[in-house]
Design a protein around this ligand. Structure first.
Ligand code: PBG
Length: 328
């Protein structure tokens, strides 16, 4: 006797690769991927980063080459992290006109023009000798409002160097408003802000701190970055940043916070970016190096999951590689 049930057989739409591709709900486009790049002042050749296989601290020359390659692959943008030679307690190099990030931004613009969106990460932790994201009080607390003045001036320096978009990542209260005001007053009212609105105090930034040489010398970032236990608070952060003029918002890290990406996406009407951070990258690379996961499949699966959660822009260290794969 022929079985009556099940009538619905979802497996019917999974029988061939072409059929699966036809009904796929989520896809990735190279233009929505952003490549984070590190550039170190004063080095002649790119230096490998131990905890991030395949990622380097760039020299000026190798950075230009990487930017050209990313543009050729169709990557949407790059986000620039500068590593200065000299650090001090106020992060003076962050807003110096000839500071490492400004030089790198100008170099990339000279190389690729408008073919990539050149984003400037804005924080002080790579520039301060103590490794904190702002001006630290005698008691060791990051002083919110004195830090805002440094961020405002850094945003203007980055825009003057040619950044297409400013991305403040320091998690100071009021940072978007302070930067918006400074940019407008300096004649950069057309430069958008992509706010790292939702940034958790995460263990997954470990490898980045080697790459950017910005680990705090004492304490941690839990008085300004968010507690991983909280999601409603993330919506509050987003609401404030939009009220202060953010054009895009970001959730970071990505994989441990897919629920937050979804909640933010459902709530706002601006593009939502998600940052697949250094620790997420390193976990897959390390497991793959041991033969424990299929590297290429794991990469595509994580990115698809972030996209499916609702992010429309993804920052990932695999951006150039994946863009090439999508094109090929
Ligand atoms: C702060 C900043 C950090 C990252 C991006 N911007 C580090 C931190 O907050 O400690 C982390 C990115 C990553 O882990 O890939 N400038």
């Amino acid at each position: 006797m022929t079985a009556q049930f099940p009538v619905a057989r979802p497996r019917r739409l999974r029988t061939t690769k072409a059929l699966r591709a036809m009904v796929a709900e989520t896809s990735l486009r190279p233009a929505e991927l952003v490549l984070p790049v590190f550039v170190k002042e004063g080095i002649a050749e790119a230096q490998p980063i131990g905890s991030m296989p395949g990622v380097v601290q760039h020299s000026r020359d190798s950075l230009r080459k990487a930017a050209a390659e990313a543009a050729a692959a169709g990557v949407g943008g790059v986000i620039v992290f500068g590593v200065p030679e000299d650090k001090d307690d106020r992060g003076s190099e962050a807003d110096a006109p000839d500071g490492v990030s400004q030089v790198a931004i100008a170099d990339i613009r000279a190389e690729v023009g408008d073919d990539l969106v050149v984003m400037a990460d804005l924080c002080l932790c790579e520039y301060t000798d103590h490794g904190h994201c702002g001006i630290v009080t005698a008691g060791g607390y990051v002083d919110n409002d004195r830090t805002l003045q440094r961020y405002a001036s850094t945003a203007v320096a980055q825009a003057a160097a040619g950044a297409h978009m400013i991305a403040p990542s320091g998690m100071m209260d009021g940072q978007v408003g302070a930067i918006r005001k400074a940019l407008d007053e300096a004649g950069y009212s057309a430069i958008p802000i992509c706010a790292y609105s939702v940034k958790y105090a995460s263990a997954f930034y470990g490898p980045f701190r080697e790459a950017a040489e910005g680990a705090p010398r004492f304490g941690d970032r839990s008085t300004h970055q968010q507690d991983p236990a909280n999601a409603v608070e993330a919506l509050k952060e987003v609401e404030l940043d939009l009220a202060e003029g953010a054009d895009m918002v970001m959730v970071k890290p990505a994989l441990s916070y897919l629920d937050v990406i979804r909640r933010v996406t459902d709530q706002v009407s601006v593009p939502v970016a998600a940052y697949q951070v250094s620790g997420e990258f390193a976990m897959v690379e390390a497991a793959a190096a041991n033969g424990w996961v299929d590297r290429d499949k794991a990469i595509m699966e994580t990115l698809t999951a972030i996209r499916r959660a609702g992010a429309s822009v993804i920052l990932t260290y695999w951006a150039a590689e994946v863009a090439q794969r999508l094109a090929g």
